[in-house]
Design a protein around this ligand. Structure first.
Ligand code: BGC
Length: 936
C-alpha cells in the first residue's frame, strides 16, 4: 500500500550529492514559529483534503499534514498520529495511537484504530521527526465527525406529496411532446424541545434537490443538494450543524424539494417514467441531559405543492409566483391545517444512503453586470445585460416590477449579429419567470436551477424605470473547492487562455464533471472528464470531486465491464453504449490522480473497475486489435466527411484509437497493479500490453511507420504519447508527425483526444518551440482564435463562434466545454516545468521550457507537501528564475537552453545543467539563454 513512501528514500543519498546553499526563506504562509526547530505540522486534512469535516463519509479516514515552513528541518523521517474521542488539554489517544512510524509519508495515512461509528466525532493530532531525528511539537488538534454511514442509522422515511405529477404539452422542433411536471413540494413539521440544546445535527437528502429551513432560516448555503449520483444505487446525504438554529420550546423544520436530476428530464426533451421527488430528513437534537430527541421525516409531516416556486427544472429554469407565497411557512407562526399529510415510503434496501463524499455546490463568486447591451433589434421593455464573462450559476435580480406582470429572464452565451441567441441551448428552455403581487422592487435568486450564460435578457419589468447595471449580479456556482490556478506570463492572450480554462473548470464542476453547463446535456461525459481530470488538479482542489465521481463510475459499470458514455446515466435507462477513449476514464483518471496525489487508495478503490474495463476491451478485440466503437478524435477540425454524425468523429481510424486506448489502459493498470502489490496481475497486464502494442504497430502502420489508413496528427500523437513505438519507429513517427504539422502550417488538426497530447509529445521530442508555435497561432484552428473572437471560456469546437458570423452553423456549439482546456497542464508542466517524478510530487522535476515568445512566466502547484513555485524572467537573453521547493520534497532541475558555464545558483556557479535530488528551499537561478538550442 505505502510502497512509494517506503521507496522514498534517501536521506543518505541526499547527503551524498552536492547541494547548493538554499535560502531559508520559504514560501510565505504559516510562519507561526519562525526558526523553531520543533515547529509542529500544520494544514491537517482528512480524506481527499477536508478540514474538520462533519458528516464525513469514510469509516477509516486518511490523515494528511504539511511540515511547518518555519521549521529549520527539511525532511520528515517519522511521524506519530493520535486520535482521541475528547479534546481536553490532556489529549488521551483512546481511539488510536499510530506510535512512531519511520516514514517520510505526510499524506494519506489510513486510520487503523478502534472501529468508528456513525455520528462519532474524533480529534487527532500529529507530530513528526525530522531528518536529524528531532521530534516536533504536537500539532494543534483537528477533528472529524462521521455522518450516518448506513441505512440502519435512519429512522426517517422518504416523504412526499400524494400527487404524482401533472401532464403538460410542450413543443420542440415542431413536435408536440407530452411531458410531466412535478411541482416543488413544501414540507414541514413542528415540534417542541423541552430542554436546553447541547448540539443538533440535521441529516438530510432528497430524491430531487432540496433546501432545508429551520425556524425561518435556510440551513447552510449549499445549492443543488444532494447532487447527482446513480440514484437507484446510492443517494448521498448531507449533515448540517443546526445547533444555532434551534431553541428550547416550539420549533419548525421544513424543506422544499424540486425535481433536480432525479425527477427532471435528462437529455431528452421528454420526461420518461421517473419517480416523484421525496425528502428524507432526520434531525437529532442532543439535549442538556444527554438524551437525544429525533425528528424524522414520516407521515406526521405536512406537505403542499401550492408554494411560490411553481416549477423548477435544471434545463428549463424556474417559475416563481408571489401569488402563491407562503409567508412564514417555515416558522411556528404558520398554520398548516390545509396542507396535505405527507405520504411516507420506506427506504429501499438496495439504495445505499451514504454521506456525501465531496463538498456540495455553492455560490463561490459574485460578479456584477458590466454592460447594458444595445442589441440590434431593441424592443420596448426588454433589456439585455452583459455579465462580461460566460459563467455558470444564477443571477441575483434587484429590479422594479409591476403588480401581476410577469418578468421573464432568458439566458445566452453569446450574441449573434448583436441579437440574443439561444439556439445552441437546444431543448433547454433556460428561462425563469417571476410574478410579483406588488409594484416595487423585487429581489430574486432562483433556487432550483442553474444556467450557463454571459447575457441575460429581462422583460416584463417596470418599463417606466430606466435599467441600471446594479439590477443584476451573477452568482457563480460550483462545487465548493478552492480554485488556486496561478499561472501568469508576459503574454496577455496566453493569460486570457489560462483564465478561460479556469472559467471552463468553474463552469463544469457543479457536483459532477459536465461536458457543458447550458444546453440539454450537462452530463458527466467520460471522455471529456478523462482528458481534463489531471489538468484540473493543477488549478483547483478537486481531488475529492473526482474521487466521488469515480464511485458513480464504479456503480454504473455493467457486469460485462463496460463503462457508459456519461455518468451518472439516466435513471431508468441504462445507456448501453461504451466508447474507447471515453470508458477508458475508468483507468486513466484513477491512475492520473494517483500520479499527482500519491494516494494509493484511489487505485485500490477503483482497481476492480479497472479490471472490468480491461475485460470489456478484451471482449471487443481479436488478435489484440480492438473493434470497440469510439467517438474517436471528437470534433477534429477539417474532417474529410463533412456531413452527418460521422463528421464529428474525425479522420483518425476507429481501430487505431480503440487499440491504442486498450494499450494505454493496459499500461496504466499494470502500473497500478504494481503499486498495489498485485504482481501476478501486473505481469499479466504487462504481457498483454506488449502484445497489443505489437499488434498495433504491425497491423496499423507500414514499414516506414506510416499509418496505413488516414494519416492525421492524432494518428502519430497517440502512439507517441502512449509509448506504443520502439526504436526507429519513434523517430520515424516523429518525422511523420512533423510532416503533418507542416502540411497544416503548424496549426493543430486535433479534436478531444489528440489535443491534450500535443504538448507532452512535442516537449518529449525536444520541440517545445513547435508547441509554442501551435499555441500562439492566431488563426483557426487555435486557442487564440477563440480569444480573438471574444471567448471568455473554452469552447466545444475550435470555431464554435466568430464575432463576424456568430455561431458556427454546425450543430453542437457550446461555448463552455473544458476538453481543449487540457492544454493548461502544459502551462504548469511545460512552461513552468513542474512535474512529479514520484507520485504525489515527493520528488519533483523542474524543467521550464524557455521561449523567446515569453519574457516571463510564473505560477505554483500545490502538492501534498506544499507549494512548488516557479517564476522566470528572460531579458536580453539573461535568465533570472526563482524556484521554491517545499519541505519533504526533492527536486531535479533541468535547465534546457541555458549556457552551462553561465549558470549560477544561489550565488554559486554550477556548470551542470542537470541537478538531481536537490533539497527543499528557495533557489535563485541566473544564466544566459542559448537561443540556438531553443528555437530549432
Ligand atoms: C458532448 C461531448 C461528448 C460527446 C460524445 C457530446 O454531446 O457534449 O462533450 O464527449 O457528446 O460524443
Amino acid at each position: 500500500m505505502r510502497c512509494f513512501a517506503v521507496l522514498c528514500f534517501a536521506l543518505v543519498f541526499l547527503s551524498a550529492c552536492g547541494h547548493y546553499n538554499v535560502s531559508n526563506k520559504q514560501s510565505t504562509k504559516n510562519q507561526d514559529k519562525p526558526g523553531d526547530l520543533s515547529a509542529a505540522p500544520y494544514h491537517l486534512r482528512i480524506g481527499e483534503g477536508f478540514t474538520n469535516p462533519i458528516g464525513y463519509y469514510e469509516q477509516q479516514p486518511r490523515f494528511s499534514w504539511k511540515m511547518n515552513s518555519a521549521n529549520k528541518a527539511l525532511f520528515q523521517s517519522a511521524y506519530q498520529i493520535q486520535v482521541a474521542s475528547e479534546a481536553n488539554h490532556q489529549f488521551v489517544a483512546n481511539l488510536w495511537d499510530s506510535q512512531k512510524q519511520m516514514s517520510t509519508q505526510n499524506a494519506w495515512i489510513k486510520y487503523q484504530g478502534q472501529t468508528l461509528q456513525s455520528r462519532q466525532k474524533a480529534y487527532w493530532r500529529v507530530r513528526m521527526w525530522d531528518e536529524h531525528g528531532q521530534v516536533s511539537a504536537w500539532s494543534d488538534p483537528a477533528s472529524f465527525e462521521l455522518g450516518l454511514l448506513g441505512n440502519n442509522d435512519w429512522q426517517a422515511t422518504w416523504i412526499r406529496h400524494p400527487e404524482t405529477g401533472e401532464t403538460y404539452q410542450r413543443e420542440f422542433r415542431n413536435r408536440v411532446i407530452e411531458n410531466k411536471l412535478y411541482r416543488p413540494q413544501y414540507l414541514r413539521k413542528g415540534f417542541d424541545v423541552s430542554q436546553k440544546i447541547k448540539q443538533a445535527r440535521l441529516y438530510i437528502s432528497a430524491k430531487g434537490i432540496f433546501k432545508a429551513h429551520i425556524n425561518g432560516q435556510q440551513v447552510g448555503k449549499d445549492v443543488m443538494t444532494p447532487g447527482w449520483t446513480p440514484y437507484l444505487q446510492r443517494i448521498e446525504t448531507l449533515t448540517y450543524d443546526v445547533t444555532e438554529l434551534l431553541a428550547q420550546g416550539e420549533n419548525v423544520i421544513g424543506a422544499i424539494v424540486a425535481e433536480g436530476w432525479h425527477t427532471g428530464r435528462i437529455l431528452s426533451p421528454q420526461v420518461r417514467d421517473v419517480k416523484p421527488s421525496a425528502l428524507l430528513a432526520q434531525l437529532e437534537i442532543t439535549l442538556e441531559d444527554g438524551t437525544v430527541q429525533t425528528i424524522a421525516s414520516n407521515e406526521s409531516w405536512k406537505v403542499s405543492i401550492e408554494g411560490p416556486i411553481r416549477s423548477a427544472g435544471i434545463y428549463d429554469g424556474e417559475t416563481y409566483d408571489e401569488n402563491f407565497a407562503l409567508p412564514d411557512w417555515d416558522t411556528t407562526r404558520f398554520d398548516d391545517s390545509t396542507w396535505k399529510v405527507a405520504i411516507a415510503e420506506p427506504l429501499e434496501p438496495e439504495v445505499e444512503l451514504a454521506p456525501k463524499r465531496h463538498t456540495a455546490a455553492t455560490t463561490k463568486l459574485v460578479i456584477p453586470a458590466v454592460e447594458i447591451v444595445q442589441v440590434a433589434n431593441p424592443q420596448e421593455g426588454v433589456v439585455v445585460f452583459d455579465m462580461g464573462q460566460n459563467m455558470v450559476g444564477v443571477p441575483e435580480l434587484n429590479i422594479p416590477v409591476l403588480a401581476n406582470q410577469r418578468v421573464t429572464m432568458r439566458f445566452a452565451e453569446a450574441l449573434e449579429h448583436n441579437t440574443f441567441y439561444t439556439e445552441n441551448m437546444r431543448s433547454a428552455l433556460a428561462t425563469n419567470y417571476y410574478t410579483a403581487t406588488r409594484t416595487g422592487m423585487i429581489n430574486y435568486v432562483p433556487t432550483f436551477t442553474f444556467h450557463g450564460y454571459r447575457y441575460i435578457e429581462i422583460s416584463g419589468f417596470d418599463s417606466t424605470k430606466t435599467p441600471e447595471l446594479n439590477w443584476v449580479n451573477g452568482l457563480v456556482q460550483h462545487s465548493d473547492f478552492d480554485v488556486h490556478a496561478s499561472f501568469e506570463s508576459s503574454h496577455p492572450k496566453l493569460n486570457k487562455l489560462a483564465e478561460n480554462v479556469v472559467w471552463g473548470l468553474r463552469g463544469n464542476f457543479l457536483d459532477i464533471p459536465t461536458d457543458c453547463p447550458q444546453r440539454d446535456e450537462r452530463l458527466g461525459w467520460t471522455g471529456d472528464a478523462q482528458v481534463f481530470a489531471q489538468p484540473s488538479m493543477y488549478m483547483a482542489d478537486v481531488y475529492g470531486f473526482w474521487s466521488a465521481w469515480l464511485q458513480s463510475v464504479r456503480e454504473e459499470q455493467d457486469v460485462d465491464g463496460r463503462v457508459p458514455n456519461f455518468i451518472p446515466t439516466k435513471q431508468n435507462r441504462h445507456t448501453k453504449g461504451a466508447s474507447s477513449g471515453w470508458g477508458d476514464a475508468a483507468i486513466i483518471i484513477p491512475w492520473e490522480l494517483y500520479e499527482v496525489t500519491g494516494d494509493t487508495q484511489i487505485l485500490a478503490e477503483n482497481y476492480e473497475m479497472m479490471q472490468g474495463w480491461i475485460a470489456f476491451h478484451e471482449s471487443k478485440s481479436s488478435d489484440y486489435i480492438s473493434s470497440m466503437i469510439s467517438f474517436r478524435d471528437w470534433l477534429q477540425p477539417f474532417p474529410s466527411i463533412t456531413e452527418g454524425p460521422d463528421s464529428r468523429r474525425g479522420d483518425t481510424p476507429e481501430k487505431l484509437v480503440s487499440t491504442a486506448y486498450f494499450a494505454r489502459s493496459l499500461d496504466y493498470i499494470a502500473r497500478a497493479a504494481t503499486v498495489l502489490g498485485k504482481h501476478d496481475d501486473a505481469r499479466k497486464y504487462k504481457q498483454l500490453f506488449a502484445r497489443v502494442k505489437k499488434a498495433f504497430r504491425d497491423t496499423l502502420y507500414d514499414e516506414q511507420t506510416k499509418v496505413k489508413s488516414n494519416s492525421t496528427q492524432t494518428s502519430y500523437l497517440i502512439p507517441l504519447a502512449f509509448d506504443l513505438f520502439e526504436g526507429e519507429d519513434v523517430m520515424r513517427a516523429q518525422q511523420h508527425l512533423l510532416g503533418e504539422f507542416k502540411r497544416a502550417d503548424n496549426h493543430l488538426r486535433t479534436g478531444f483526444l489528440g489535443t491534450p497530447l500535443l504538448a507532452p509529445v512535442l516537449q518529449a521530442m525536444g520541440r517545445s518551440d513547435l508547441m509554442y508555435d501551435i499555441l500562439f497561432k492566431e488563426s483557426y484552428p487555435s486557442w487564440f482564435y477563440s480569444i480573438n473572437n471574444g471567448a471568455t471560456t473554452t469552447w466545444e469546437r475550435w470555431d464554435s463562434y466568430s464575432l463576424q458570423t456568430g455561431f458556427s452553423d454546425q450543430s453542437m456549439n457550446s461555448l463552455n466545454h473544458y476538453a481543449y482546456g487540457a492544454v493548461s497542464q502544459w502551462f504548469y508542466e511545460g512552461i513552468l516545468g513542474i512535474r512529479p517524478l514520484e507520485p504525489g510530487f515527493t520528488h519533483v522535476s523542474i524543467a521550464p521550457q524557455f521561449t523567446s515568445r515569453l519574457s516571463n512566466a510564473r505560477g505554483a502547484y500545490k502538492t501534498p507537501q506544499g507549494e512548488v513555485e516557479v517564476s522566470w524572467t528572460v531579458s536580453r537573453g539573461q535568465l533570472d528564475m526563482t524556484v521554491v521547493i517545499p519541505k519533504n520534497t526533492r527536486a531535479d532541475f533541468v535547465f534546457h537552453g541555458l549556457q552551462a558555464n553561465t549558470l549560477v545558483i544561489n550565488g554559486t556557479s554550477a556548470a551542470n545543467l542537470n541537478l538531481v535530488n536537490q533539497k527543499p528551499g528557495v533557489y535563485r537561478i541566473t544564466g544566459n539563454i542559448d537561443w540556438a538550442q531553443i528555437a530549432l
